[in-house]
Design a protein around this ligand. Structure first.
Ligand code: HEC
Ligand code: HEC
Length: 214
């Protein structure tokens, strides 16, 4: 059972990771992000906001992934009232430029997992790296790449992302608020996680170092 599931995901991952590099100009991107910095910060580190809407870290994420998210937000397939007015200021080439610009910034530390207990961290690590086969939860790393550092354009790095943002996204998939994931891969995971799982896995992931995008 376990090996069949892994094979299925390997094939799926492989078929989704065909690379198509984003053609963007990081110098032009640097100009265009002036309007983004109040939230995503000049170094792309974003901000963990306890109890509020956290701003994701963008530095070092894959450019193809960032560009897809920006297009999805522009086209409304990913609903974000906060982001919409800013994405609307940029044309498609500028969205490519900013995606390439952020992907080239060195990744910073994730925040928000500082107060997690040892028990929460152990539970989070198990979900992220081993999954929970009794509940049909495959490990996050089976799609998000080894050490959850990301795999190609479709599977973003989630190690070192802010805990508040990770948890927000998991809850958004669970409730149907976010549904722009290919083949509903994230819905299938998120709907099996309870809130304690979400808090634990978000905290553990936020404390892992992120490596620069490949
Ligand atoms: C007012 C604060 C704010 C500003 C300004 C802002 N953003 Fe965002 N951004 C957010 C929030 C909040 C989210 C998460 C939205 C959600 O939950 O879906 C986000 C999400 C994103 C994402 C998706 C990241 C991911 O990992 O999926 C990208 C890419 C992004 N923003 C780029 C930009 C760019 C480029 C600009 C400027 C043109 C910008 N943002 C301006 C708050 C902001
Ligand atoms: C079956 C494959 C698969 C598994 C397993 C999986 N994910 Fe994902 N995940 C995805 C895909 C695909 C996306 C990108 C969705 C999109 O394009 O909008 C994603 C996106 C995300 C994002 C959004 C990142 C961002 O920057 O916006 C978070 C957070 C996330 N996953 C957390 C997790 C966690 C935590 C686990 C383990 C409990 C997990 N995922 C397991 C496929 C998977």
């Amino acid at each position: 059972m376990k090996s069949q599931v892994i094979t299925a995901f390997t094939i799926l991952t492989f078929s989704l990771t065909a690379a198509h590099a984003v053609e963007g100009d990081p110098v032009a991107g640097k100009q265009a992000v002036a309007v983004c910095q109040s939230c995503h910060q000049p170094d792309g580190s974003g901000m963990n906001i306890p109890g509020g809407e956290s701003w994701p870290k963008l530095a070092g994420l894959n450019a193809g992934y960032l560009y897809k998210q920006l297009l999805d937000i522009k086209e409304g397939t990913r609903k974000s009232p906060t982001m919409n007015p800013f994405v609307d200021m940029l044309n498609e080439q500028q969205l490519k430029d900013v995606a390439v610009y952020y992907s080239q910034l060195p990744p910073n530390e994730g925040k928000g997992g500082e107060k997690a207990t040892d028990e929460q961290l152990a539970r989070g690590e198990k979900l992220a790296t081993d999954g929970d086969w009794n509940r049909y939860i495959v490990p996050c790393s089976s799609c998000h790449g080894s050490d959850n550092q990301g795999a190609g354009d479709h599977f973003p790095g989630i190690a070192g992302q802010h805990a508040g943002y990770i948890a927000d996204q998991l809850r958004a998939w669970k409730s149907g608020k976010r549904d722009n994931d290919p083949q509903h891969l994230m819905l299938a995971i998120a709907e099996r996680l309870d809130d304690e799982d979400i808090v634990a896995v978000s905290a553990w992931l936020s404390r892992q170092p992120a490596k620069p995008a490949k």
